[in-house]
Ligand binder design. Structure first.
Ligand code: SAH
Length: 361
């Protein structure tokens, strides 16, 4: 293990890295080279950074580190979707998913170990929240997956739809997006990033003021306060009506729209009346709707509606001029689909597991 007290290059934006280099007696411009090695080439060993002088490489090797999530398991689905289990510096594990698609590849990454939101149909929610990820751990998932799959040269999209609630880990998430956007690194434009959230309102208001603004997806899932409280417990704090009002005011670039995600649960929130209420609710919002027929799993007390029901629900929305997509479910055979990311195996110590059992978890 490298010394955790050393500055970690993975946690730094380029300006911060410049300051760190200066403090080590090196020149600021080497930060660009370091960004290029770490993010564009996926190289984290200083002795391989051949355009840095020998003395500088030696200083860096002694004085700083680049922590990188380690791939501990990789599952490939029949549709090409690949789920990665990644181990972090403290041994905790997270999951990140690669979704092959033309013309663009998508990386689905995590922002927390577990999640505190406890949505009734989501497996990740059942884990509870272990901890927030750092900016370096969030951005690191992209560079590790891209390197692992040899995709560093290809254009890709990023969706913050893995484990965790990004607006519950605001600062680290935004810092990760700044690191990923750096022109000397991966140069991922925020237009290629989608942040999905249950709608933590104060954080959503902050997001509205960000210079680097990702696309926004809202996990709505219900059309009445009662139903949303049941499915998305945070609704007790930040209600449906308030959330949609905040979306109505959210500053959007020309032609861009907010995506509303709506998981369809058989006989629960998938009736014609729900569809009509959804139309009314979204009146005046620049919206598109993403329907997600439930990905079923043991321990989730809901069922997936029939295709006919999904089509009918979608049709009502389309008839009222809403743009609708029914999300193809990718990677279900390897449990990499929405809401199915949950870490199995040794992410918890035996003592933690025991404590969990005693608390009835
Ligand atoms: N916490 C954020 C990011 C997770 S995104 C959020 O909730 O938006 C994952 C998306 O998949 C969310 O819309 C989530 O509600 C949805 N989802 C969770 N469990 C699911 C399941 N079993 N089937 C289909 N979609 C699910």
């Amino acid at each position: 293990m490298t010394d955790p007290a050393r500055p970690d290059v993975a946690e730094l934006e380029r300006v911060e890295l410049e300051q760190t280099l200066e403090a080590l007696g090196a020149r600021r411009f080497h930060a660009r080279q370091l960004f290029r090695w770490v993010y564009r080439k996926g190289v984290v060993e200083f002795d391989r950074m051949t355009d840095l002088g020998r003395t500088l490489r030696a200083t860096l090797a002694e004085q700083v580190r680049v922590s990188t999530p380690e791939v501990v398991a990789k599952d490939v689905s029949t549709d090409g979707t690949t789920k990665f289990a990644l181990a972090l510096g403290d041994g905790r594990r997270i999951e990140a998913v690669y979704i092959p698609d033309l013309p663009r590849q998508t990386f689905c990454i995590s922002t927390q170990v577990g999640c505190a939101m406890k949505c009734a149909f989501c497996l990740t929610g059942k884990m509870g929240l272990a901890r927030n990820l750092t900016a370096g751990e969030i951005a690191g998932q992209v560079r590790v997956l891209a390197r692992e799959l040899d995709l560093l040269e290809l254009p890709f999209n990023i969706v913050l739809m893995g484990m965790g609630e990004p607006l519950h880990n605001y600062d680290a998430t935004m810092k990760a997006l700044r690191i990923l956007a750096d022109e000397h690194g991966l140069a991922v434009s925020p237009r290629r990033v989608t942040l999905s959230t249950v709608g933590v309102l104060p954080a959503l208001e902050r997001l509205a003021t960000e210079p680097l603004m990702p696309n926004l997806a809202i996990s709505l899932h219900a059309t009445t306060e009662d139903m949303r409280e049941r499915l998305v417990p945070v609704n007790r704090k930040y209600g449906l009506k308030e959330l949609v009002d905040a979306c109505r005011k959210f500053p959007l670039k020309r032609r861009s729209r907010i995506t509303f995600e709506y998981v369809l649960l058989d006989g629960v929130n998938d009736t014609d009346d729900d569809a009509r209420r959804l139309v009314k609710l979204l009146a005046g919002v620049k919206a598109k709707v993403n329907l997600l027929p439930l990905n079923e799993a043991a321990g989730i007390p809901f069922g997936r509606p029939s295709d006919a029901r999904v089509d009918r629900f979608a049709q009502i929305l389309t008839d009222h001029h809403l743009t609708v997509m029914v999300r193809k479910s990718r990677g279900r055979d390897i449990r990499a689909a929405c809401g199915q990311l949950i870490v199995e195996g040794p992410e918890k110590s035996p003592a933690q597991r025991l404590a969990g059992l005693m608390n009835g978890n």
